[in-house]
Design a protein around this ligand. Structure first.
Ligand code: ASP
Length: 414
């Protein structure tokens, strides 16, 4: 993609975000009674929802082709195993650390003691999934179920199995299949890019809707939660990722220079899935070999969500404080574990992390109504957690690349 086109997309999304927020405020001033705005709000949200639906449609195709193409392109099964092993160690380690920041952020700053909240009227909490449900959701019952957004982890596992089958058992024909998968991967990334032309409209409508629907109330009541979430997320981004990429042999300044574009796209679109092509582009510019990032980034987009783990741990503490529940030290450990599993199971779409919060809260025996409470500020919380999620994928990718013995090579030198 040419630089000017990407530049315009980025500017378009940012301008749409600012204009949407302004438009939302103008709406609340021009039509002060909330019920009188409900029709406009419904239309604004619908135009935003179109974007999310398009993303949901492309996700199975994107995951399947990017991961099966990458797996089938690695002729050496041992090398693939090592990449996957180190990738998992780093993904799990950084997500646990992020959940730890969320936990201590909640305990030190106590954002939930500042106010008492009730869930929005008419809210019915979703049924929380059990531990067994979560485990089995990684292995769906049939192929159809893989195509649902909730089947993403199963789709990853299937795509890896298919890629390994191509390498191990298809001999010469395997090359033809691998080429087909590679073209499919290119095609799905191109489809995402076409959908991104709609992103500025969606971002405008969503941000206007959010302010018009929740603005004034949200700004005061939830400010302390967002302050703690944003503070610790930025700490994780700047300190932890700088250390990781420095150990990986890359100057942190270079990492941030190339990571800023995926960061902004993630912040405004709130979907790790749509950021994948931009994250891959950034990894290439940072000098990571195709062989590594084509495996680690698609999987990371789906399972590695540091921002979400931090948010879910912090939310659990926040909800406990709101309802006056005191957590025991053993439950603190459970917060970390639940946030880790919750973030792995979260779909890479807007709001995915708050849907999965139901699992975290129910694991801790906290009121499930907390999900309704967190929905109110979800777009703001989601913007930061998605931006952290995608940045973490690239930071870990750089270190994986170093550990398995690759040098970072700038695209022009490859
Ligand atoms: N929106 C996030 C993402 O796509 C997931 C979440 O809601 O936490 O990475």
């Amino acid at each position: 993609m040419s630089t000017p086109r990407r530049y315009w997309l980025l500017v378009g999304i940012l301008v749409a975000f600012v204009l949407g927020v302004l438009f939302g405020f103008i709406l609340t001033i021009a039509i002060p009674e909330a019920p009188a705005r409900s029709d406009i709000n419904a239309w604004l949200k619908a135009f935003g929802d179109i974007f999310v639906r398009l993303i949901r449609i492309v996700i199975p195709m994107l995951i399947f082709f990017t991961i099966s193409a990458a797996t089938s392109s690695i002729a050496n099964a041992r090398k693939l195993g090592i990449i996957l092993l180190w990738m998992l160690i780093l993904y799990i380690g950084t997500s646990l650390l992020a959940a730890f920041w969320g936990l201590i952020g909640g305990l030190i700053f106590q954002p939930g003691t500042a106010t008492q909240l009730a869930p929005p009227a008419g809210y019915t909490p979703p049924k929380p999934p059990s531990g067994i449900d979560i485990l089995l959701s990684f292995f769906q019952t049939d192929f159809n179920a893989l195509l649902a957004v909730g089947g993403s982890v199963s789709m990853i596992i299937f795509a890896i199995i298919l890629g390994v089958a191509v390498v191990l058992f298809m001999g010469e024909n395997g090359r033809i299949v691998a080429r087909f998968l590679e073209l499919g991967s290119e095609l799905s990334i191109s489809v995402v890019r076409v959908i991104m032309y709609y992103a500025p409209i969606a971002v405008f409508c969503y941000s206007a809707w959010l302010i018009s629907q929740y603005g004034p109330q949200m700004l005061q009541a939830y400010a302390s939660f967002l302050l703690v979430q944003y503070g610790f997320s930025i700490f994780h981004l700047i300190i932890v990722y700088s250390i990781i990429v420095a150990i990986g042999g890359l100057n942190p300044i270079t990492y941030f220079k190339y990571q800023i574009t995926p960061f902004i796209i993630a912040f405004t679109t709130r979907s790790s899935a749509v950021v994948l092509p931009y994250n891959m582009e950034a990894a290439k510019k940072m000098g990571v070999q195709d062989e590594v990032f084509k495996i680690t980034l698609p999987i990371g987009a789906t399972v590695n969500m540091d921002g979400t783990a931090l948010y879910q741990a912090l939310s659990a503490v926040f909800i406990a404080q709101l309802f006056g529940v005191t957590l025991t030290p053993a439950q603190y450990g459970l917060v970390l574990f639940a946030a880790l599993i919750g973030s792995i199971g979260t779909a890479a779409i807007p709001g995915g992390g708050t849907v999965m919060l139901a699992f975290v809260l129910s694991t801790l025996g906290l009121p499930i109504e907390g999900v309704g409470i967190m929905w109110v500020i979800d777009a703001f919380a989601d913007a930061m957690r998605t931006a952290i999620n995608v940045s973490g994928d690239n930071a870990c990718t750089i270190l994986v690349s170093r550990i398995i013995g690759y040098k970072l090579v700038k695209p022009e030198e490859q």
